[in-house]
Design a protein around this ligand. Structure first.
Ligand code: CAA
Length: 263
């Protein structure tokens, strides 16, 4: 059901094991104000600790995933106030401590902080007409929630420089072509249906294996190849200590469906 404690987001469980967070500040195209980010942090950590949630889906409206950090909130900030309150730092908590897979379903605008939030997801799906971009340069500033780092890793330096220095937006179709999005879809309905299907697929696997898979892929973004492969092997070895590895391989041999125990 819906959680009345939230003003700017909605939290639902559209399918078993799937927790959905819908950004819901329609009058400002889901601009990511500090109160909204606080709610998002609360919702993500409560879904992380919920024993029934296995996958998390983050979305907005057909018109806007999120049109960025809240410009009206930022306009009067000074260096000292931003520095002393560590403005935007709490955004890093959103995904750094999240161990369950996060799928972002993006339709409409995903600009500035909205693009950066989408880039934090483990799997990004979008509509072909989604409008991504880092327009901060037009406001006399720069991306502040990881855009210069994550977008550059996703599209390479040449394209990232062009996008961040010109502030030009790119479509969901381009996002897919450039490897920013895993897939793009022709309509909102198709986007949501396919996002839920993927969320359900992942929710159907062993929690232990899913968490390990996410962890090792994320390590590839931090480590060199040799250390990354080493890390992967350590985790792979560790999974021989799980009951679900015995169950998964046993079920294969016995030609039956695996029944995961999350152990
Ligand atoms: N912050 C605060 N309010 C915003 C907003 C934002 N990022 N984006 C849109 N809104 C508000 C508008 O001010 C408007 O409010 P009012 O009705 O009170 O005037 C309402 O949302 C609807 O927006 P528009 O009338 O502009 O709608 P549109 O369809 O004509 O244009 C848009 C849509 C192209 C997305 C346009 O709203 C826009 O350019 N928004 C700003 C995008 C942007 O620059 N984002 C980057 C922010 S900086 C940042 O995110 C820093 C960081 O890295 C963390």
């Amino acid at each position: 059901g819906s959680h009345p404690q939230y003003e700017f987001i909605q939290v639902t469980e559209p399918r078993p094991g799937v927790g959905q967070i819908t950004l819901n500040r329609p009058k400002s195209l889901n601009a990511l104000s500090t109160p909204l980010i606080t709610e998002l942090n609360t919702a993500l950590s409560s879904l992380q600790s919920s024993p029934t949630t296995r996958t998390i889906l983050l979305t907005g409206s057909p018109r806007a995933f999120a049109a960025g950090a809240d410009i009206k909130e930022m306009a009067p900030l000074t260096f000292s106030s931003a520095y002393l309150t560590s403005f935007i730092e709490s955004w890093s908590n959103l995904t750094h401590t999240l161990k369950k897979p996060l799928i972002a379903a993006v339709s409409g605008h995903a600009l500035g902080g909205g693009c950066e939030l989408a880039l934090m997801a483990d799997i990004l799906y979008c509509t072909k007409t989604a409008n991504f971009g880092q327009p901060e340069i037009k406001l006399g500033t720069i991306p502040g929630a990881g855009g210069s780092q994550r977008l550059t890793r996703a599209v390479g330096k040449a394209k990232a420089m062009e996008l961040i220095l010109t502030g030009k937006s790119f479509s969901g179709e381009e996002a897919e072509k450039w490897g920013v999005a895993a897939r793009s879809f022709g309509s909102w309905e198709e986007l949501m249906e396919e996002s839920l299907k993927t969320a359900e697929t992942i929710a159907g696997y062993s929690k232990v294996a899913v968490q390990a898979a996410k962890e090792v892929v994320n390590k590839s973004q931090e480590l060199g190849l040799r250390d990354g492969v080493e890390f992967e092997r350590r985790v792979f070895h560790a999974l021989f200590g799980s009951e679900d590895q015995k169950e998964g391989m046993g079920a294969f041999a016995e030609k039956r469906r695996a029944e995961w125990k999350d152990r």
